[in-house]
Design a protein around this ligand. Structure first.
Ligand code: SF4
Length: 205
């Protein structure tokens, strides 16, 4: 993606008290994550293809951080515990479903743990996004989250809502629904709490 457009997004995030940083690839991004988070602090992880591609949970764990990542749970109970513990960590790392050029960060969640942690709890938050998540407007960011990210996330998580076949959201009310929470981050009240790491690559979905 054109670096000038990314600079505009970073400026627009800054007006919302969110620090945007540019990285040319995922490897550079991983180094920055490991550098910014001190080794003795706790880290919560929001489930994300991008974070899995970075192998960030294992890397943090290996060098001494206590990491709460629900994808390592061996039971539903353990997963619930890890999600709860993630809400009071020093740092929280997550991907995102979409971000508009004017800096709205949009996410759809199943149980809500990720949007909760991004909003309040962890002392600091890093959101890692590829350029495929950047949209022209807030409406497009919501559209992308509903019609693109949600069906693919449903499939990944083993659910079978109608959008998987339709290729778009039908606002289903089935038991297979994965979208119970739609969050729009408009900005950040606490200084230096929220970072968006923008990777100039297509990442996740
Ligand atoms: S509301 Fe239902 S149909 Fe729409 S994206 Fe979510 S799971 Fe799919």
């Amino acid at each position: 993606m054109n670096e000038k457009l990314i600079s505009t997004l970073i400026e627009n995030l800054s007006k919302r008290n969110i620090k945007g940083l540019y990285f040319k690839d995922l490897n550079e991004t991983k180094k920055a994550v490991l550098q910014i988070i001190p080794q003795n602090l706790t880290v919560g992880i929001g489930n994300s293809r991008t974070l899995k591609d970075m192998n960030i949970s294992q890397e943090l764990n290996k060098r001494g951080n206590i990491v709460y990542d629900k994808t390592f749970a061996k039971s539903k109970e353990e997963s619930k515990e890890l999600k709860k513990k993630s809400l009071i960590t020093d740092w929280y790392i997550s991907g995102s479903n979409a971000i508009s050029m004017d800096g709205h960060i949009v996410n759809i969640d199943h149980s809500g743990n990720r949007v909760a942690a991004l909003t309040y709890g962890p002392e600091k938050v890093i959101i890692v996004i590829g350029t495929n998540k950047i949209t022209k407007s807030l409406d497009e960011a919501i559209f992308r989250s509903r019609n693109h990210s949600a069906p693919l996330n449903a499939k990944r998580a083993g659910f079978n809502p109608p959008c998987i076949e339709l290729g778009k959201c039908s606002d289903c009310k089935t038991k297979e629904r994965v979208c119970y929470y739609l969050s729009i981050i408009e900005g950040q009240y606490i200084d230096d709490r929220m970072y968006v790491f923008i990777v100039n690559q297509e990442l996740g979905f």
